[in-house]
Structure formats: C-alpha cells, structure tokens
Write a protein that binds this ligand. Sequence first.
Ligand code: ARG
Length: 571
Amino acid sequence: MFSFETQIAELAEQTGHWTKTEALSLLTTPPDPSCGDWSLPCFTLAKKLRKAPKTIAEELAAKFAAPQGFEKTEALNGYWNFYADKKTMIETVLGGIKEKGLKFGFAQPKNKTVVIDYSSPNIGKELAFHHLRSTMLGNCLAKIHKANGYRVERVNHLGDWGTQFGKLIVVYLRENLPTDEQTLSGLTVKELNKLYASFSKISKEEPELESQARDAFAKLEKGDEFYRRLWAAFKEATLKELVRIYKIMGVDFDHYTGESFFEDKIPAVVEELEKKNLLVNSQERDVVLLEELDLPPCLIKKSDGSTLYATRDLAAALYRKKEFDFDKCLYVVDNGQALHFKQVFAVLGKMGYEWSKDCEHIPFGLILHKTEEGKWEKGKTRAGTASLLRDVIEAASAKILDVINEKNPELESKEEIATKIGTGAIVFNDLKNRRLMDVKFDWDAALSFEGATGPYVQNAHVRLCSILRKSGKSTFELAFKSEELSGQSSYDLIKALSRKGEKINAACENREPYILAQYSLELAEAAHRFIHNNRVLGSPEEDSRLFLVYCTQQALESVLDLLGIAPIREM
Ligand code: ARG
C-alpha cells in the first residue's frame, strides 16, 4: 500500500545521508500546517557535513524532486518540508480505511512480546477510586501495543498474599464469625472491608494484634489447612466483585497470577540468591545489598521465614521471562512504588539477568478531589465523596441518565447507554493528561458534553452514526470523488485521519495514552467542524461526504476502543 512516510524515507536514503529507518524515526509533523505535512530535520547532519542545517535543507530541496504523491518540498530553517498532493492524500486515507476499516493505522506484527502488569489490586478490599488509574492506563497500553503489532500478555498480579491476610484471619476469628463452608462461600468484599476497618481500630488499642497478624500469616504460609480455607474464601469473595467491575469497565486479563501463585517458586529464587552469594543477613533478615547503586537493601526473607513483596516480584519476573520470553515487561503501578521496582530490577541485574533492563516501571500520578473550599487534595474517604470505584461509576451513570431523561427520554436501553457514557467520562478524564500528572477529578467538568471530555468525543461519534443511519445507504456501495472532498474542513479532517497510525505508535512507544486521548479530541473537533460546514444528506456530493463520514466514524470507534471507552451509536 502507498505510504507517504515510506516515500520520504526512500528519498532520504537516496540522498546518502540517512538510512530509511533513521529517516522514519526522525520524521515529524510541523505544528503549522502551512509548513507542510511532514518534515525531516537536518540538524544531526551538520557535524558530519560541516554545514549549517539551514544550508543542508536548502541544498536537498533544490537537488531532489518531490517524490511521487507529493506536490512539492521546501526548505525552512533547517527542516526539509514535504507537502502531500491533495488527491493522493484523500485517496490514500479513504482507500486505506475502506480496506482496513477499524484497523486502519494498525502496524504489522512485530514478533515481539510485551507483558503488561496492571490493576493488580490487593485482595480483601474493594477497588478504590484510585485503582482506576493502573487499571485503565494498563488496559489502554495493552490495547495500543496490540494495535502496534506486539504480542501482549495481560497480567493481573493480584495482591493475594501477605500480612494483610494475617490481619483478616485474626479479626475474623476474634469476632467468632462462622467458618462453615456455606458462610465462607457467601462472604462479600463489603464484609471484608469492615473486617479491615475493625482491625485498624482495635489494633490501635491493642498493638499486639499486629504481631498476631504476622504470626497468622506465617502459619498460613507454612500451609495450615484451616487458615488456607479462610484465605481462599477471602480471595473468592473479592474476585467476584472485581470481575463484575472489570466487566463494566470493559477490562480483561490473560492471566490472574497473583502473589500467591509464586509461593512454590520462591524457594528456588532464595536458593539462587544464596548460590550467587547475594544474600546477607542483616538485622535478622535476609537481604540483598544494593549500596553500590545507592539503593537501600532489598528485603528477601524475614526472621520467621516469611517472604516479602519483593521476593514475590523477583519470582514473578523470572517466571514471566521463562513463560513468555518477553521483549518488555511493563509494570503499571503508582509512583509511590518507584523505589520497590528499582530494587527488584537491580537485584535481577545482580543475579546476572541482562534482560532486567527490559523491565520498566510505568508510574503515574494521584487522583485529586476538590474540597469544599475549592482546594485539590488526595482523596480520602470523606462524607459525600465517593471513594469506591463502583460508587463513582454508579454516580456518574446516574448523572448522565438524568441528562438523557431530560433530552431524549424515549431512548432505548438508556440505562446501559448512560453507564457507557458515565464510565467513559471517568476513564477519559483519567487518560487525557500525561500519566505522571495528578488527575483532578471534578464531577461537572468530567461529565460535561463540552470541552475535553469523554461525552464530547462520544457525541461526535453518535452524530456520525446518526448521519450514516439516516442516509439508509450501505457504506460498501459508496464511491467517493476526491475533488468533492478537497474543501478546507473536509481536507483537514482527512489529514487528521491520516495521523492515526503515527499517534498509536507514539502513544505506545512513549507509554502515554494521553497522546491518543488528545488525538480523539482532535478527530472529534475536525468531525464537528466538517459536519457544521458541509451538508451531507441531500447534497450533490452526498456519496463522497457520506464516505468521509463513514471513515471518520471508523477511526473514532477504533480510537475510543483503544482508549478503553465503549463507543456508543445513540444517545
Ligand atoms: N498489589 C499492589 C498494590 O496494590 C500492586 C502490584 C503491582 N504489581 C507488581 N508486580 N508488584 O499496591
């Protein structure tokens, strides 16, 4: 298939200054469209050619004719700028979408595997609002890696092992709760949440509860059958609710390999550390020293023999490498755990695993709530503030349902649609900025149909769907004439469509879903403008315009899906 980028890369190679791959990675989009559609910076050549970048660009533009599919090339301030031929642009983009549909802009398979560890909540608790971040960032990263040609293994590294289970067991038994099979299988995560709360409360007055919890976990780890039954029931209760929420959010995993999964793989790790002379005993614990890297020691084993979070992460990394032979292993976990991952990756490096450099922590910022005084702060459970993810989803959906009831009360399956818009709004609000930035969560702003919001993008998609529906035509039969689509707002929209692959690639390689979220806004805006400026149905150019509507709908549907937002057709 024709590709503008390839044409430029081939010409770049002919000049003798770049390889095709180098040129492709250097190509940029000029921020000002009057400077062309693509631009090749010549700055890196200055040293080699002993000339100013400005002169190099000018000489290249004078010497080489524009490649096929381009109207012209020009030099400007050290950039070699390329202007696409309009007709070729229209035919390439619309022809491409006709052929590939939703998959337009997706890359060829790369034969590389990426493991993505995301969501990974702690068992025994309900999903809090802040769990949204790892869940939705990871979900989006998984989707865009797939679209960009990678094999993806989606892993939920559940926190289903550790002292917190000792705590639950201690309060459960202390409160004399029934332990028959039926009661245990009927446990809910709500009840577990209450148990946690009472543990925190009681342990303030009776600090010895903490050591009881540690002992209980040690007993659990040693295989006590009764404790294992309790643990399994706690895990089951949490998973049920977890899966229900994942379903609403449209989130999926290939593997639920939580921390407990690595239990039987840990002795081998400890042994290996010993054999490699990395384990030292310090303050009654076995640790790996990381002084030379300016890091505190990584704790491997406590004096009572119980293992730690880091030990389980070491076992998990080794297992993933063996099982999936990954090229990259991404950990989508909040910034607060940065040190933990530095330590784990450093230990892997000291063990001699060169692939430790392929393990990457993908950190992100906090979710902030607005206080009554209008200040932004880290969300703690406060009266009137929904702090559980399911409450936030429900409240958002209810607010959207109010709007639908007011504007379009006859809409079929309106509850379902309201949930999709409400959930999508929350997700969009989460993804629209660089991941390291804190997310400001403001109900009115996030749920608005105006501005940089999920509902705004959904609305553009709905408008396109509605035009297609009203036309009564099958998009397969539509033929377009490029000269009918060369007006400013049509052509701007087509150019925006042409960027889809480039945006997916950038979002993927930078691990930044916001690039795609911003792109969806760009598409939605260009679509609204096109519809505003061009009558589609009943115009002499109906078929051509309708085909552009179809192409835009396909692009928006696909981008929404990549973001993890359910595209809706009516609202
Ligand atoms: N369960 C942990 C938590 O909630 C996150 C786990 C992240 N993944 C990992 N491999 N450590 O803080």
